[in-house]
Design a protein. Sequence first.
Lengths: 272, 648
Amino acid sequence: MQGTVPGPVLLQVRGASLSFGGVHALRDVDFHVHEGEICAIIGPNGAGKSSLLNVINGVYAPDAGTIAYAGETRRAMRPHRAAEQGIARTFQNIALFKGMSVLDNVMAGRALKMRRGVLWQALYWGPAEREELEHRARVEKIIDFLQIEHVRRTPVGRLPYGLQKRVELARALAAEPRLLLLDEPMAGMNIEEKQDMCRFILDANDELGVTVVLIEHDMAVVMDIADRIVVLDYGRKIADGPPAEVRANREVIAAYLGVPTAADDRALKEAS
Amino acid sequence: MPAPDTFPRLLIEHARQRGDRPAIREKDLGIWQTWSWAQALEQVRSLACGLHTLGLRRGDTLAIIGDNRPRLYWAMDAAQALGVIPVPLYQDSVADEMAYVLSNADVRIAIVEDQEQVDKILEVRSRCPRLELVVYDDPRGLRHYDRAVLRSYDDVQAAGRDLEKQRPAFFDEEVARGQAADVAIMLYTSGTTGTPKGVMLTHDNLIVTGRGGIQRERLTADEEVLAYLPMAWVGDNLFSYCQGHVAGFCVSCPESPDTVLTDMREIGPTYFFAPPRVLENLLTTVSIRMEDASRFKRWLYARCMEVARRWGPAILDGKPVPAGGRLAYALADLLILGPLRNVLGFSRIRLAYTAGEAIGPDLFRFYRALGVNLKQLYGSTETSVFVCIQPNGQVKLESVGTAATGVEVRISEQGEVQVRSPGVFRGYFKADAATRDAMTADGFFRTGDAGFFDDDGHLRIIDRAKDVGRLQDGTLFAPKYLENKLKFFPFIKEAVAFGDRRPFAAAFVCIDLAAVGNWAERRNLPYTGYIDLAGQKPVHDLVRGCVEEVNAALAADPKLRGSQIHRFLVLHKELDADDGELTRTRKVRRGFIAEKYASLVEALYANQPAVHVETQVRFEDGRTGIVRADLPILEAMTVEDETERRAA
């Protein structure tokens, strides 16, 4: 909810730099997220948004800088550590198991929570069965939460795009994350699907207490649901603040619309 | 002791007689949850007491809004126990429509399912001055809402349990004060004409009518039904709530509106009601999947359905069938029909009704061939549903059967169907003039339908009496008859016919996106969405083919020969209840459409090749947008044309 007091800092990235050959994806970026917050990262194409997410959950190791998450400071995160510590994510281009049912895909989100090994699970009966039932109950709650009961048994590949995105969110939520990273959760959706997705993100934040970092291009959506917005441009952070503040930030306007000229200034003044 | 004559008394009776038998089920988190009659009574008791603590008194109304849920059905029981009149609203109504009903019915308290409904009510609260409180079932998303007007269902029940402790006899006393002649429920008619009106039905109306149906069809306490149609619709009230209470059978609520097909298969209902539209959707799903099947399977399906069509209806009707026919049918049943019934959830079905609209011949035959005893019935909200039912073994396509138990039906001199029965309603709420207009001096209800009895004494309905018009040359023009003929094609989802006081009949056609989309894919015809597909020439030719087939059929009937469709256009958008073009029960609002698309209607009768149109559409979230398109005016061949051409 907008206007609520931010909780303690959950994640703090300090001075992160990352380059691929001669391309600087991130230059000395400081970034933090408060517990319980919805934080949006915006910026033009190639600004380094996905790179930042990838640094947070350990897909990339930054060339310089540190990451402090839940009280532990590291040089770099590693993906499986990130997952174990409650960081879940969705991807810009959907990464689901297309041939598997929605249920199995969401169950896959529980993999890290399974205590019994592969052998037990292969045997199935006994402890593994009890555990499976427990996980299934959790997964059903998430299926209900995201309203995808009707496609429970449908192979993911047969679903329309908007629903696949929802299934991906379901899988991420199945891991019971503390921090949820969403890479363009609403890309390619129509208005109604976007509205639904907004509602689900707000509900996940509100009802499940998940902290959310999302990358999104739809400004209306971002302004609507984010508590705080971080703006990247050419790998640098150029703004960080509540939506109203960021919207008025000149550097942000310049990054999105081009540098204003003296004539624009006059026009702006006259208009105001 | 006399038979219980109000719904709360029926509930108490069942809790006593078959307390641990299932009363209602709901699929929640993927698992069917069951409540016995005794448990249901407990829930109802605490809710009723809780509603009393909120200040609901005898004669008040209680709005109920949401999908079919046990907790909402209990709200009906609870209200009726207190002598409060439940008013179920269509859950997909937009806020404006709700505002009208809420204020017209003097609603002070509404029980709703979830945030979506709460939002709608809060949006129109200023227009419903009497509305004080909204009780919600699902708390999700409501944490930050203004608590002053919200109360959770659980809290209300908790308050009720406190009251029960203080006054253990309270509930039974309230139930004892109820009379069979009290208004049991108020259902707002969908309003094809004017504003919706609240139809008041008494316990007696519903219980006597429901019991008549149960006796005629020999229904028992062991039936299984799925409550999936809107609670605000009289059919659901009668088939699920009323007959469930009278016969004592268990009602199952689907997990969500999108899972009905799966839930059907799991429950396997024995008694089922579906409007033709639902049956058609079911058949379309089967047909589409069949077309994707392997060659051998398609061949086998075609052969078995052939056998089924030939012998199935006769076997169902108990007519003599040669041994060879029976053997062939048994084999088809083993290979295809049985498994198909299973897929559709019809494995255990004993009785299925359809009503609301005319049913297509292929559709009707399909289900009967499959061995499903699908029968048509005729009725309305004002008559507690049952007016006519097709008797077993005498099922015909065009008729709706003979009068139901205790019902008198007659045809007025103007050709209108009129009904007198124990089910005929008490009146419209706060609309005495409308009530008087609806009744004849000798107590018959004017249905407003035009119909006649055929040679076997079965009733045939052709159209709404007031919609039957004439072309300029005096030819009979029954728009619904034409529209239905068009809609029987799977490619056509909706049709609107024009022709009253016009030189010839013409029509708007809406394609069925699923069926035509599938057809287009098979022909490698690319399209982006509805508008694009509806504007393509091959689709126009496809629709023209359908129109011309209808014309050929009309030509065979001397009375209707003149009302063949000369021109038509394919609409650029689907007709939608949100845009006011359909009623909530998805009936076409012809007058509204004629007004909204007046320029299109004129274009049909002017000699122009195309017409430009801009239409405002309303999205589900209430926002609006504009759709623009150029629609070609298309000509269809009529049968006279053909003969002329041959002569030329």
